[in-house]
Write a protein that binds this ligand. Structure first.
Ligand code: FAD
Ligand code: MLT
Ligand code: ZN
Length: 462
């Protein structure tokens, strides 16, 4: 091991590594505090060639490599295991915007670029990069692609996958696979980049990406509306789409209990209504305030909308967005929840929620449902907090039972047990239970083909 560590240090130079325990601490802990790992060395390469050399050396030594972006992931995918033998490969020094092609509506960026910096670089070129999530000031595009991140604008623009034109990837033996083509059409053989998107660092290290850009959508209007049931929000979305077509960018459902957590834990966070309602939807749409206002007024007249607030300026809009962006932090501060990042067809969401309520009532009437998320994409964070009066082992057993029952229900509705956060360590066992045999078999074969020695992020996904 010592010879390998010396070789890796030499590859990245003095500014590119650390083995100091205090410096390593934040990178070895998953931000929710659920997973903690150990490593003999954190290396931060500054170029694709350095990534390739690191992976080649680790491959020759049979030592595992764990890629890490902003470490904002939800499933423990970016944290090494407890063995103290896995090399942590941090991408933060690879943060160059290689080029922006405004005419082609594309840009090529290194994997360590922070998402917010990419949005800004697109804006500076008069273009729009729509991927947006609460962690955008910290997460990296490599991590976004490795998890196929979703976030707040999927409704109009799709997940990270649909925003990707090409990738540069370092394979498990150190070969650089360059499919960094800025093409909208390319049927020359298999579309290899798709294999790496969403593979959570288990099939290759993403070093650069060519991303799709869009025209500036112009002024976006933000509104918060109140509805009586989560099911009604689905009908509301269909109405808004009929009136505003694809200009609806965001449609986020949040329960009153969840916004109560935000108000409890986040300083100065306040809902803009003078009374409580059961559910709220945060809506963002391109166009004029009058257009969104008219659509919502009609929905109020007809029933589904009980109350509505439209932001009159950017600071009112920012205050509404702050409520939404604070949920993950408020939930973390409130204590550990069983996280279920699930998706079902949008049309099935009302029935899923109804049956989910009944299920929780039967399994654990004292449990609290923490439900929020991207209902417009059929994706909810259907999290559950167990009563605090159980001891640790009873909680663990009960947690597994509840998670299993929720995933059974999701499966009955033709849904997914992981909509946008990935599998990581958290859901590996669940994937092997809920994935179909032929699908799991193909996944295992892919892993074996692309990483026969099993050095890329072992213990994650499959
Ligand atoms: P990391 O956490 O560092 O890594 C995630 C996985 O990708 C790991 O398996 C890691 O090994 C792998 N990886 C990282 N970089 C590379 C690379 N270059 N090559 C290969 N593999 C790599 N997620 C959503 O989808 N939607 C949301 O709305 C959303 N909101 C969030 C809000 C908050 C406040 C927080 C804290 C998180 C949120 N997330 C959300 C989860 C998280 O931000 C995303 O999963 C994000 O895409 C992870 O990026 P990262 O750079 O932090 O990756
Ligand atoms: C969100 O939608 O806010 C994120 O996916 C984070 C979370 O699930 O906590
Ligand atoms: Zn989410």
């Amino acid at each position: 091991m010592k010879a390998l560590l010396d070789e890796l240090k030499a590859i990245v130079g003095t500014r590119g590594w650390t083995d100091d325990e205090t410096d390593l601490e934040p990178y070895l802990n998953e931000w929710r505090g659920v997973y903690k790992g150990r490593t003999p060395l954190r290396v931060a390469p500054a170029s694709t060639e350095e990534v390739a050399a690191i992976v080649r050396a680790c491959h020759a030594a049979g030592v595992a490599v764990v890629p890490q972006g902003g470490n904002t992931g939800m499933c423990g995918g970016a944290v090494p295991d407890g063995s103290g033998t896995q090399i942590l490969l941090s991408m933060h020094r690879m943060r160059r915007i290689r080029s922006v092609d405004a005419q082609n509506f594309s840009m090529t960026v290194e994997a360590g670029c922070i998402l917010a910096d990419i949005q800004e670089a697109a804006r500076a070129a008069g273009r729009y990069f729509p991927l947006s999530l609460g962690a955008e000031g910290t997460c990296q595009i490599g991590g976004n692609l490795a998890t196929d991140a979703g976030g707040l604008n999927v409704l109009r623009y799709g997940t990270a996958r649909s925003l990707t034109m090409g990738l540069e990837v370092v394979l498990a033996n150190g070969t650089v696979l360059n499919s960094l083509r800025a093409l909208r059409k390319d049927t020359a053989g298999y579309d290899l980049k798709q294999l790496f998107i969403g593979s959570e660092g288990t099939l290759g290290i993403i070093t650069a990406a060519c991303l799709r850009l869009f025209p500036d959508p112009g002024k976006l209007q933000t509104a918060m509306v109140a509805v009586a049931t989560a099911g009604e929000s689905v009908g509301l979305l269909a109405r808004l789409k009929e009136q505003l077509a694809d200009r609806v960018e965001t449609f986020e459902l949040v329960s009153d209990y969840v916004f109560g957590l935000v108000e409890k834990h986040i300083p100065d966070a306040r809902l803009p209504f003078d009374r409580r309602w059961p559910w709220y939807v945060l809506i963002e749409a391109a166009g004029s305030i009058d257009e969104l206002g008219a659509a919502l007024a009609k929905a109020m007249e007809d029933g589904p909308v009980l109350d509505a607030v439209i932001a009159k300026n950017t600071s009112e809009s920012a205050a509404l967005w702050r409520l939404r962006h604070s949920i993950a932090e408020a939930e973390r501060k409130d204590g550990k929840a069983l996280k279920h990042d699930i998706s079902v067809p949008v049309s099935a969401m009302p029935a899923f929620l109804e049956q989910g309520d009944e299920l929780l009532e039967t399994l654990c009437p004292d449990a609290r449902l923490v439900a929020f998320g991207h209902v417009g994409d059929g994706n909810l964070h259907y999290n559950v907090v167990l009563p605090r009066d159980r001891d640790a082992s009873a909680r663990e057993e009960e947690g597994k039972r509840i998670t299993g029952a929720i995933y059974d229900l999701v499966t009955q509705f033709g849904g997914s047990i992981s909509a946008e956060h990935g599998i990581g360590q958290l859901k590996r066992e669940w994937l092997s239970r809920y994935g179909s045999d032929p699908e799991l078999e193909v996944m295992r074969k892919l892993k074996k083909t692309l990483d026969p020695a099993g050095i890329l992020n072992p213990g994650k996904v499959i």
